[in-house]
Design a protein around this ligand. Structure first.
Ligand SMILES: C[S@@+](CC[C@H](N)C(=O)[O-])C[C@H]1O[C@@H](n2cnc3c(N)ncnc32)[C@H](O)[C@@H]1O
Length: 211
């Protein structure tokens, strides 16, 4: 699957967002569907929950998370300095929000575990091996913690899949089956975009208590 060297593949994503950070918010509403509704699907969390968004980009979801979970401590992580700069400009300064410039999935985080991890259109961009990503997610979630994911799923049009691959998006359709295998699903929805040009999914699952 992803087998280029880590520094090479990570720098491709960073370079991509160096430019795209400037047009991200004015363009992505037209194809990154299901982000706002995913947040409304998240179940109640314990008081003062710890929330991590991996690949938080320009901070759109963090704003929503703050609204729905006002007492939460929220960590937004992204490998792109430029995307995080946009997030810093968007978000009101708060001691409950921390933004971390870090590539996820290769080394362990030195952070306490989380009640909720959100992956919004970032899972299909990760360049680290899938097994490593899932192992890290298990390590970083508290027992019984929730994972909420929205992302591209499949397309039956090869030209479209190739176009998305050029934009660093994996369209193999293998993430939803893996999420169902490694987490206890509580809600799964799949949707068609643009009359079936592609499908995308929303997934809420729970960390197993013991591996
Ligand atoms: C399509 S954007 C999604 C941004 C945001 N979550 C949203 O829903 O608008 C994907 C983001 O994931 C980040 N990203 C990709 N791979 C990453 C990794 N391994 N670790 C951290 N961030 C990553 C990119 O830099 C980019 O900001």
């Amino acid at each position: 699957m992803r087998n280029s060297t880590p520094s090479h593949t990570d720098s491709k994503i960073k370079n991509y967002y160096r430019f795209h950070s400037h047009i991200y918010d004015i363009t992505r509403w037209s194809f990154l569907f299901g982000r706002t509704s995913l947040i409304t699907m998240i179940p109640d969390l314990p008081p003062q929950p710890r929330i991590l968004e991996i690949g938080c980009g320009t901070g759109k979801n963090i704003e929503q998370l703050e609204y729905h979970f006002p007492d939460a401590v929220i960590v937004g992580m992204d490998m792109s300095t430029e995307m995080l700069r946009k997030a810093r400009n968007r978000l009101q300064p708060s001691e409950n929000i921390r933004l971390v410039n870090n590539p996820y999935g290769r080394v362990s985080l030195n952070l306490d575990q989380f009640d909720l991890i959100l992956l919004s259109y970032s899972l299909t961009m990760f360049q680290a091996p899938v097994d490593d990503i899932f192992n890290h997610l298990h390590q970083d979630l508290k027992p019984g913690g929730y994972l909420a994911v929205v992302d591209f799923h499949t397309s039956r049009f090869p030209w479209f899949r190739q176009w998305m691959e050029i934009n660093h998006v994996n369209f193999d359709g293998h993430f939803l089956p893996l999420l169902k295998k490694y987490f206890i699903p509580s809600q799964i929805k799949t949707h068609r975009a643009y009359l079936g040009l592609w499908t995308y999914f929303q997934f809420i699952g729970r960390q197993v208590y013991k591996l």
